[in-house]
Write a protein that binds this ligand. Structure first.
Ligand code: ADE
Length: 254
């Protein structure tokens, strides 16, 4: 039987999924995290809050795979844009993930994970295409229903777009324009920056488990990144994450 692992770094991003799992949810506490086992739209799922950062996310992914036999993993959450075309309210679905703060040079090339010989990890093509379709359907069809006009105006969410491309991760909330510019110069293919995805990607690669990652852009990874962050999370991102995942889970399995 297939088991889908669903990870988010912030409580708001999985709150409504946990509610939707209903009273038959079984919670397992392992390594100070709660793994919620149950069904969503008839599919066996484990939903878990990893907390923030690469170590937390990697530990969570290992537990999902080893303890719960997750056969695929999805991660949803927010990210800061580091690309001019990617705006607040857009969604980025990862094709590749890279740990931008990994640097064992001169022993190994910058970004390369020693002994794996890899500097980025590819998301699963099929799962990512499904997630992209769900994100697109969400922003074109459900967004206006879920998010009130005041919040849409406040965050300038006119017609958000869905992008696919490289997501980069590191243990730092990027809230300084110079840092953001440096990342853009170093990794021009990257669309957004967050703090977990590439570590989940490495674990999934090591265990050969397919995964996909969708990020909702909450900020421009500059000096104002922290200002609207909590409001965006409460008023916008929580609906996106749940809405995209609900669409994903409702799609027929093939
Ligand atoms: N997640 C959301 N915004 C972010 C930022 N600016 N830096 C890192 N992770 C983020």
């Amino acid at each position: 039987m297939s088991v889908l692992g669903i990870i988010a770094a912030l409580h708001q991003e999985i709150a409504s999924l946990l509610q939707a799992m209903g009273p038959n949810i079984k919670t397992h506490r392992i390594g100070q995290r709660d793994y919620h086992e149950g069904t969503l739209m008839g599919r066996s799922c484990i939903v878990v809050l990893s907390r923030i950062g690469k170590v937390a996310a990697a530990a969570t992914a290992v537990t999902l795979i080893r303890e719960f036999k997750a056969s695929s993993i999805l991660f949803t959450g927010v990210a800061g844009s580091i690309n001019q075309q990617v705006k607040v309210g857009d969604v980025v679905v990862a094709t590749q993930l890279l740990q931008y703060d990994f640097n064992a040079s001169p022993l190994f090339p910058r970004y390369e994970i020693p002994l794996l010989g890899m500097s980025h990890f590819d998301a699963d093509t099929k799962l990512s295409a499904q997630l992209q379709q769900c994100a697109q359907d969400y922003i074109y069809q459900d967004l206006k229903i879920d998010i009130d006009a005041t919040s849409r105006d406040a965050f300038n969410l006119h017609q958000p777009q869905c992008h696919i491309g490289m997501i980069i991760s590191g243990d730092c909330f990027v809230s300084d324009a110079n840092h953001s510019i440096q990342l853009q110069q170093d990794l021009p293919a990257a669309l957004c920056v967050e703090m977990e995805g590439a570590s989940v990607a490495q674990i999934c690669y090591e265990y050969a488990v397919p995964f996909a990652i969708a990020r909702i852009i909450s900020d421009q990874a500059d000096g104002s990144a922290h200002i609207d962050f909590n409001a965006f999370l409460e008023q916008v991102a929580r609906f996106y994450s749940a809405g995209i995942l609900r669409r994903f889970l409702s799609a027929p399995l093939d």
